[in-house]
Write a protein that binds this ligand. Sequence first.
Ligand code: NAD
Length: 483
Amino acid sequence: MVVGEMPEGVDLLVVGGGPGGYVAAIAAAQMGRKVVLVDADGEEGLGGVCVRVGCIPSKALIELASHVHAQAAWHGRGAPTPGSDGVDLVKFQDWKRDVVGGLNSGVRGLLKRAGVDVRRGWFRFTRPDQGALVVDADRPPTHLQFKSCIIATGSRPVELRHLPFDGKRIVSSTEALELAELPKSVAVVGGGYIGLELGIALAKLGSSVTIVEAQETLLPTMDQNIGNLIAKHIKEFGVEVLTGATVTEDTGTKLLVEGPDGRLELEVDLVVVAVGRIPNTEDLGLDALGVEPGPDGRLQVGTDLLVTPRVAAIGDITPGPALAHKASAEGHVAAAVLSGHLERFDPTTIVAVVFSDPEVAQAGLTAAGAAAAGYTAATASFPISASGRARTMGESTGFAEYVYDEATGIVLGCTVVGPHASELIAEAALAIEMAAHLDDLAGTIHAHPTMGEIHHEAALVALGRPVHIPAARRRGPSEGGTA
Ligand code: NAD
């Protein structure tokens, strides 16, 4: 700071306008704080990766792909010819821009009404005593002196050294979601959340898709059975899955892959690299605060989310899954903690959802996690094939599996694989959060015919009184795993 220059005093400063930052800003304003939110893209940045190039655009593309695919499937089942003339991705992109634009202006309006001052600029800590600088190309830099600060700068796609992004042939999910023309053939590197969601959507739209995954199964962080079940299902609509395989080189027309059966050459038009995300913690001047990110670029925080007594970190830059709803939940907690409330972040029920086909959703503890936590963990599962509602949708792949404590009957975790798993998991999350007993789920009258009945049915399985499947599916603590 130039000698004599007066910094501007800020009560609570939020850095980043994504689902972590904007929620934290609103929550802090509701607690009476005077909030300034700084985002490198100003108001245009509001909603962050989630609204602009992540959750929302990807779900729009998946929705389109599912409709196109379902229409074809229904035609096969004897439904009238749909009269579709193919997929117009230019038209889709226009519509998607409207959806994204609408949500971005919605967030702008919410922040305005909450009295949050949104500014554009690159933020950097400058001094240990809450000094910071905001630099914007169009204006002189602003010096700030904040009382409290919440860092919510998010993450960006990992780039592979031997497959650098060129924005055309080798792209991240950002460009893949902006396609104006459907590629004939696509290789997706990485069979995690993004690889599956994008790969399946493009295949349903008509591209020939190969997913290359380095680990032994798709979704390697989840139970192996889930990845195997998805691999089998997506083969039915033409997705090729190569597991235990890595890409060694791209020649400009061919992708060279080293797999368990030797070397393969994939002739593809587009390569989507989806091998994870890295936190945006560089260039923030964290050293001025005396704070250093870990080797993975994340900031270590406790349940109070503080990195110093006056600075909190939330979202993808902190440990845990890089999920929008985790960032938002942390935003509430950080705003409260920095405003003197005794709030703490509880990660127990961070729901994970993969919008694959079938969808995958998990909440709470896995059987292994529950056993490790000292519970007498048992599991009970109900197959989607036994759900009348699923059958009316032409669906029979998947299951609902509850993890519970055999000693008390308390519900600890749930996995749903199947149609609408992303919505169905909410009931399980609430049950886990409220420490519900299996009897609560079994005793709740669920409407028939609905997918929601799977919760009731799985609880009946756990209680040893299944109605729509034979009684043998209940498994005790020693057996564990996913049915
Ligand atoms: P991911 O961690 O989910 O999956 C990356 C996959 O790439 C892993 O399976 C990994 O084994 C594989 N991989 C790593 N290096 C590889 C290599 N060189 N060759 C082949 N495979 C390789 O990461 P992602 O799919 O990029 O998504 C990033 C994060 O974004 C996710 O972890 C998730 O937190 C978030 N996300 C969430 C949603 C959702 O909530 N539905 C959707 C998309 C992304």
